[in-house]
Design a protein around this ligand. Sequence first.
Ligand SMILES: *Cc1c(COP(=O)(O)O)cnc(C)c1O
Length: 453
Amino acid sequence: MENKILLTEQEIPRYFYNIMADMPNKPMPPLHPATREPITPELLEPLFPKDLILQEVSSERYIEIPGEVRRIYAKWRPAPLFRAKGLEKMLDTPAKIYYKYEGVSPAGSHKPNTAVAQAFYNKIAGTKKITTETGAGQWGTALAYACQAFGMECEVYMVRASYDHKPYRKVMMNAFDAQVYPSPSDRTEFGRKVLKENPESTGSLGIAISEAIERASLEPDTHYALGSVLNHVLLHQTIIGQETIVQMEKAGDMPDMIVAPFGGGSNFAGIVFPFLRMNLAENMNIRCIAVEPTSCPKLTRGEFRYDFGDTAGKTPLLPMYTLGHDFIPSPIHAGGLRYHGAGVLVSQLLKDGLIEAVAERQDQCFKAGLDFIKAEGIIPAPEATHAISTVIREALRCKEEGRSQTILFNLCGHGHFDMSAYDAYLSGNIKDAEVRDEQISASMAGTDMFQPA
Ligand SMILES: *Cc1c(COP(=O)(O)O)cnc(C)c1O
């Protein structure tokens, strides 16, 4: 058996898969914060091009991928699927472990899969500039790359904590000609308000989103792009799982369990949704496990409620698992997993018991990450180590119970820009702050007034 399963360029998927078509319970509609009535798609027009709004509300099962988008994907796709023989040996487990490696993209993660698609639909709609936020810098890099590829400007609001701690991510965005500002910034009304209240604010994803949205709604020919959470973002990522199904078939195997880290849900949905279609439509029974950090536990300790996607309360109200839009998680190294809410599609699937969620401690994740580095030779992004920690526990359980299972996980990005995080772990400087129940109920109270009667 080969350890690496590759596909040809012709095998890049031709369609995005829309799980909305196969969900037993469709998600509840987004609501207008003032009227609490379902929003009309036109309300989103200042922020997104028409094609993306149509995808956001579509229930068509397959949406064709434009040729130009597939041509750009071909620079790094199809992404390789690996059999983790080294890790299996290290754990001495009867389990078979596979991972899809998305770190081969220009940004080093799965994020360009949607950045390129979003940039394309903006370009054909006449957009000149796209604004966005970035936490750890992965999404900003991906969008900067995609905007540059289509000759558009890109303006990025980068969470202050990362701006200070990850200078090379900023340089990478600058190399793609993007403008990068630390958030909170003095370029927006909301940023100035936050700075006035707390000049030392290290920012949050929610604050940066508010700033990027404010800029996009004020400037002409300017749109906004989000790197996770929304339906169309999850839709674009389904090329990951579609490729993986073909690769697993080539390997003569099928997963019993799929594991992926969870920030807003896009890489999880990307690998899981095409397999979940087989659960829903073909009576398969694959376990799908989302892994979040214990410091930002919206899936395992949050509640399913209507809440805002940002901190300022400018987005529509979304029905999702949330910790409350005021929740500010401790500054763990897996910046991509520090978001208060979960995408609407994944939230509904979790509510319906069709997927599972677990939380992992940061120190355990780094330990798992280092085992993986030694066993497989690839440095995982801190986000990806969350999946690895769960995979190792499941593989050891197989060993205990003496049964073989096939485990697939998404190695959604490499950690080449995160060596200071590994350094902190190796020098014993990783702390895990417990999230107290009172902290969650306090931030949750901020959503009480928005619950439908
Ligand atoms: C952004 C990011 C995540 C988290 O976002 P999702 O939308 O949940 O995938 C996880 N891993 C990496 C490497 C990321 O860049």
